[in-house]
Design a protein around this ligand. Sequence first.
Ligand code: PLP
Length: 308
Amino acid sequence: MIAKPLYTATPVYKSYATSKQTNAEVFYKMECYQPSGSFKIRGMDVLVNDLVGKGHKKVVASSGGNAGYSLAYIGQQRGIAVHLVVPKTTSEYMINKIKLVGAQVDVFGENWDDANLYATDISEKYNLPYVPPFDHPLLWKGHSTIIDECALQMSEPDKVVVSVGGGGLLCGIFEGLLRNKWNKVKVITAETEGAASFAKSFEANRLVKLNEVNTIATSLAAKQVVLQSLQYANRFEVEPYVMSDKTAFTGCQDFFKEFHTLVEPACGAALSFARNNVVKQGEKIVVIVCGGVNMGIEKYLEYVKTFS
Ligand SMILES: *Cc1c(COP(=O)(O)O)cnc(C)c1O
């Protein structure tokens, strides 16, 4: 039985503010309006359905961010138990949000690597499926539906702007572009300077692992991208866009002013592209507004202070 998707078809809205500033036509694919506040729900829904079909009733994962939150939400909706191991660096804000949708949360380790090791231990010991945050073909398959929807909502753009953490979203975008024959679209990959794992790998044309990541765009803080993202990149025109944390945050501010919605700096990264780059008059750009719930009004105001 194919379950009804838990993700929603999101609108594409024109950004009149950014279009006016840039003389381009800038459109936003509003993934921030997913019930879990980010695109992550698309891939998680497909992956969890597969696990449910195989008879699993409980899963384990190690994300204290949007992957964990989307997984917890889906677990609640589908009646699957979700056990998350998150590092001590995870905010109370996120832990409370995740617990609110019914997941079990254990805080373990100083960083994500430690928490992740513990999660994989639990997975092996209790024979529970481990759900990764970005490295799985079924996640990419789910994310690719973003472009299926865009193809019904707008004509082929010149550029698509997408934030890159571990590259799961990027793989989904590439798959969607291929399936819908949007082959000539230029793909702009947005990352902050402190987490430019895709840009570094793309330049070197091989996987490069960063020694450390340091950015307010915590959802982009993967030391290494998935290999598949580089392989797909060879089939498109790709341009890495790397910006400061401050510039990424201006993307959040512009978006808040125009659409009255908070998104994470990870999303601000992509939103900041058009304003900070020379774009052609009338060029059609679609930005994947990937969203993110790890951004309350307190944090927003704190960043306003930090970057003023
Ligand atoms: C997960 C996430 C990203 C990055 O996605 P990857 O698949 O790891 O590249 C970007 N923005 C937000 C809001 C996210 O939750």
